[in-house]
Each structure stands twice: as C-alpha cells, then as structure tokens.
Design a protein around this ligand. Structure first.
Ligand SMILES: [Zn+2]
Length: 200
C-alpha cells in the first residue's frame, strides 16, 4: 500500500474503492474514520473473553477518532471492527465505554436531527424514544463490569444512534435527509457558522 495518506480537512482518510479490506483496516489503524466504509447491514457480535486483549487498543483508537472529528460518540464498527463497543462523551467531557449494550424503550417518541461521523456533512430527521433503559458492560482494564440505568433526551439519542450502528443500521438508512439550509446553526466568535447538530 502507498504510504502517503491523503487526509481531507475533516481528518478523513481517502479510501480507494478498490482497496482490499486489509488495506482499509491499515488506514483505519492509523486512527482515522473512513466515511463510506461499508457499515450498512454489518451486524456486530458481542465482546467475549477472547477479545479482552484488544479492548484497550480499540478504545484508544475510538477516542482518537472521535476527538479528531469532534464527535460526541462513536461505535467501533465505524472504524472497521464489527464488535459491540461504543464510546460516548459524558457530562464531564470524559468517555464512557459501553460494551455489549442492550437498550429498551422507556417513554414516548420525539423527532431529532442527527449527524453521523460516517456521513460527513449530512444530517437526518429521525424518530427516537425520549428515554431508554440500558444494560451494558464497562471496561475496568481487566474485566467487564455490569451497568444498568436509564437516560433521557440527548444521552438516550446517543445510545439509540450508536446501538443502531451495532446492528448495521445508520441514520442514512432509517432517517430523512435534512436540507442543508434547515440544519440548526449558530454563529461563532469569528462570524463563522457552527452546526449545532451532534455527530455520532
Ligand atoms: Zn453514526
């Protein structure tokens, strides 16, 4: 593979359609997400004891990618590994690690606008549950630790967006594309437009 990596201004690596999976993964191993990587329909499998040696490395790569692209969360499948692992920024700005999650509906539905790091510059309307309950496993560096609880609004949308990824479902598959001029924006200090929709 050519060692010169083309990176666009969003930090995305250029991937040639004719690249083999090994070559794509080599690009991903550099810590970048690849938009358009084939995640639609890719169903992830649970993390088991056999994977324990990989988890720290996966989390490190996911954090790097999420930070690089200013994301609010990321599923491992978005960087090319089809295992049930998510990272999600919490209210302290730190990442929660969410392994083998199961979520269930807890309340009514609401319309959202969401962006996805796998579809740069596209935003979609979706219908989400207002809140969800969850069971997942945290990683303490040695073992999986069970967590249960409930989250609402933004946190619950992140859970729903990311657990969809684990099932091979994306916002481009189940949402309705929002016109670029209808995406909520605010103006930054230097007058630049800032998109206010979180990307996950
Ligand atoms: Zn996404």
């Amino acid at each position: 593979m050519n060692e010169t990596v083309e990176v666009d201004d969003r930090g995305n690596v250029a991937v040639e359609a004719e690249m083999t999976l090994e070559e794509k993964n080599a690009q991903l191993a550099r810590g970048y997400i690849v938009p358009g990587i084939d995640i639609e329909g890719v169903v992830c499998s649970d993390v088991t004891e056999e994977d324990f040696g990989e988890i720290d490395d996966w989390i490190e790569r996911m954090k790097f990618v999420c930070d690089s692209l200013n994301g609010a969360g990321l599923a491992l499948t978005q960087i090319g590994v089809a295992k049930n692992v998510i990272i999600k920024k919490n209210e302290k700005g730190e990442y929660d690690t969410i392994i083998n999650p199961i979520i269930y509906r807890n309340g009514g539905k609401v319309k959202t606008i969401e962006g996805c790091l796998s579809y740069p510059d596209e935003f979609y309307h979706l219908v989400r549950f207002k809140s969800v309950g969850y069971v997942y496993y945290d990683w303490n560096g040695k073992d999986l630790v069970k967590r249960t609880g409930k989250v609402k609004r933004f946190d619950s949308f992140v859970f729903q967006h990311e657990t969809d990824h684990l099932k091979g479902i994306t916002i481009a598959m189940k949402g309705a594309l929002v016109d670029a001029d209808k995406v909520p924006k605010s103006t930054g200090e230097n007058g630049e437009e800032i998109i206010r929709v979180p990307q996950l």
